[in-house]
Ligand binder design. Structure first.
Ligand SMILES: Nc1ncnc2c1ncn2[C@@H]1O[C@H](COP(=O)(O)OP(=O)(O)OP(=O)(O)O)[C@@H](O)[C@H]1O
Ligand SMILES: [Mg+2]
Length: 288
């Protein structure tokens, strides 16, 4: 679906302020996958993300989205269809709401791409239902809603463009724990319906619970990638890079370091941890 080949990106190239933000990035987002991108502040996540939908063009290398190739020499006209294919929910997307009513705000995107008002509002209603915003709010001003509701409206606005890939940049930042879980469950259900999802996060538990592939970024380089289960086995490597691991992995690793148990593979979710510990208890009970 999306492929990066040796992508380099430099802000303000050929100037005294030139600063290189991405180094030789090779990356793939497979159709139907849930791909996570993690890394510290300033590691290049947002820069990389803007290459996913053609907002930035690589300084060197190429990004292929479906059948469109984006390189340093691509013309704006060639890149425009990429924006439709890949919908990006930027951090704090509620700051971009602007229409008089919730429904109009969500219908704005499709209308902007030439869909007639009535059809656009029908799509908007469908997406508002999908994100779980009750219809009593649809005719209200988006600014009368709570923070969590506003964010849902902004997400519905991106979904209304019916993108092939949904990209989320720290979508739960600033939400309380309950709203955070609800939001992650919403993305999970959207993914279950066949949507390709890319998630930028610094929460390892979210990566473990939802993603099926993960890339770790550090100072513009990919320093590790693979399935979360494989990547999170490298506990000491991740800790050395101050990236941390899921809670279940941390717990199991600490337990293993006492010498009391040996896990063939460290668990990454709470459910896996419970299963492993239960079988350990049952087995040790059998021996006694
Ligand atoms: N518009 C810009 N001009 C110049 N340098 C920039 C610009 N935007 C980002 N950078 C630099 O590029 C590097 C990567 O920044 P980026 O915003 O992609 O990181 P990030 O991983 O998204 O960080 P955060 O977690 O804080 O959102 C940083 O060194 C940053 O200072
Ligand atoms: Mg960022």
């Amino acid at each position: 679906m999306i492929k990066f080949e040796k992508v380099n990106y430099t802000y303000q190239p050929n100037s005294p302020f030139a600063s290189r933000a991405l180094f030789d990035i090779d990356l793939e987002v497979k159709k139907g996958s849930y791909t996570a991108l993690i890394g510290h502040t300033g590691s290049g996540k947002s820069t990389l993300l803007q290459h996913l939908n053609g907002l930035l063009q690589p300084t060197e290398g190429k990004v292929t989205v479906g059948d469109i190739v984006v390189s340093s020499t691509s013309k704006q006209k060639e890149i425009k269809p990429v924006r439709k294919k890949v919908g990006v929910v930027f951090q704090f997307p509620e700051s971009q709401l602007f229409e008089e009513t919730v429904l109009k705000d969500v219908a704005f995107g499709p209308q902007n791409f030439g869909i007639p008002k009535e059809k656009a509002e029908k799509i908007a209603a469908e997406k508002l239902e999908m994100v779980g915003l009750a219809d009593e709010f649809w005719e209200k001003s988006p600014f009368e809603l709570s923070g969590g509701q506003m964010r849902r409206v902004a997400i519905a606005g991106i979904l209304a463009m019916e993108p092939e890939v949904l990209v989320l940049d720290e979508p739960t930042a600033g939400l309380d724990p309950k709203a955070r879980i609800e939001m992650m469950q919403l993305f999970e259900s959207i993914h279950q319906s066949g949507q390709t999802v890319v998630l930028v996060t610094h929460l390892m538990d979210d990566v473990a619970d939802y993603a099926n592939y993960v890339y770790l970024l550090e100072k513009g380089y990919i320093i590790s990638c693979g399935t979360p289960s494989d990547v999170f086995q490298e506990v000491d490597f991740l800790k050395a890079h101050e990236l941390g691991v899921p809670k279940a992995t941390h717990f199991a690793d600490q337990l293993q370091k006492t010498g009391a148990v040996t896990f063939e593979k460290l668990p990454i979710t709470r459910a896996e941890l419970v299963t492993l510990l239960t079988s350990l208890l049952v087995n040790s009970g059998g021996e006694n």
